[in-house]
Ligand binder design. Structure first.
Ligand SMILES: Nc1ncnc2c1ncn2[C@@H]1O[C@H](COP(=O)(O)OP(=O)(O)OP(=O)(O)O)[C@@H](O)[C@H]1O
Length: 314
């Protein structure tokens, strides 16, 4: 099976709320693709439709070129982590996986393999009710990997994890992608995907805002700005503006210069005898780039309280 995820013109409404509004994107194998957007943007709904848990009102959602309902052996074709709290607390971790494996004719040896992969070997025979959130998250990931699927969907996998757990999941996602799987990971926080995602699909109000490599997004957000450190701000501003630059003071002793490259800035300041201690091209952070993209897409329309409630429940 082809390791791809594809969504075309996908639509979904819940009463008056349009959750997904003509969404189209394709996820390629071999890289971690971040699926990012503010709360309520439509990420979970899209993932649920991909997994056949919700029906779309229009468009298609395909795993390896086929809708979920048409997959012959779903566990072998797509793995997903949606809600790590879904396992019954009285059930033991290993038994939960054994039950899943049995119903899909997956050998018992694979159960122990994924328990080891997820770092759960030692607690596998304990009841899930006694697991920490991190352990439950790992169990969810072990379950997703049971059928060794080429396509993986993770909904907010680092939610509520401690720094060690977050580091573990990040590394794990990269390893899974390096094995040529298609890995789609949702998050409402860009910082969670920093250093992990190679590609980003940014959505807002159920629509794609950007479908871009992380590198391209950062390059675009960084623009042609140059930052200059100088104690002679007024003189520097005069010299640079006269040469056609737009200059703004961004902090104590720091000027942001647009429309001139770093080399020209150095030459102009040097030529005019203005002292400066540093000139550097500005690099936007992923968070800055994301804020810029989603500025107009944060959902206010449905009422603040509803979203505050939703946020509190997560
Ligand atoms: N079962 C449902 N019934 C009614 N409205 C729903 C339902 N599921 C989602 N919605 C609404 O659809 C919109 C999209 O929600 P969704 O959960 O897909 O967003 P999200 O991007 O995953 O958000 P978050 O980051 O908060 O998880 C929201 O306005 C939400 O309130």
């Amino acid at each position: 099976m082809e390791a791809t995820i594809e969504v075309r013109e996908l639509r979904k409404r819940f009463g008056a709320v349009t959750a997904v509004d003509g969404l189209s994107f394709r996820v390629a194998p071999g890289q971690v693709t971040g699926f990012v957007g503010p709360n309520g943007a439509g990420k979970s709904t899209t993932l649920r439709i991909l997994l056949g848990l919700d029906a779309a009102d229009g468009g298609v959602a395909l795993i390896g070129g086929r809708p979920y309902a048409a997959l012959r052996n779903p566990l072998l074709e797509v793995g997903a982590l949606l809600d790590a709290g879904a396992v019954h607390p009285s059930r033991r971790g290993r038994d939960h996986l054994l039950w899943m494996a049995h119903s899909h004719r997956i050998p018992v040896r694979r159960v122990d393999e994924v328990l080891e992969l997820a770092g759960l070997g030692e607690v596998a025979r304990r009841r899930v009710g006694g697991y920490s959130l991190g352990m439950r998250q790992r169990l969810g990931i072990a379950a997703a990997l049971l059928g060794d699927p080429p396509v993986l969907l993770f909904d907010e996998p680092v939610n509520g994890l401690d720094p060690e757990g977050i580091r573990w999941i990040r590394t794990f996602l990269k390893v899974l992608a390096a094995e040529r799987r298609a890995v789609l990971v949702s998050s409402h926080l860009m910082s969670e995907l920093e250093d992990t995602a190679d590609h980003l699909i940014v959505i807002g109000r159920g629509r794609v805002i950007a479908d871009t490599s992380v590198r391209e997004l950062l390059d675009a957000a960084s623009g042609d700005r140059v930052e200059v450190r100088t104690d002679e701000r007024t003189r520097a501003m005069t010299v640079l503006t006269a040469a056609g630059a737009t200059v703004a003071a961004t902090g104590r002793g720091v000027l942001a210069v647009s429309r001139l490259d770093a080399e020209r800035v150095v030459a102009l300041l040097g030529g005019a005898g203005v002292a400066f201690s540093g000139v550097a091209a500005h690099r936007a952070t992923l968070e800055e780039a994301y804020m810029e993209l989603t500025r107009d897409s944060v959902q206010f329309a449905a009422g603040f309280e509803e979203f505050a409630d939703e946020g509190g429940a997560r």
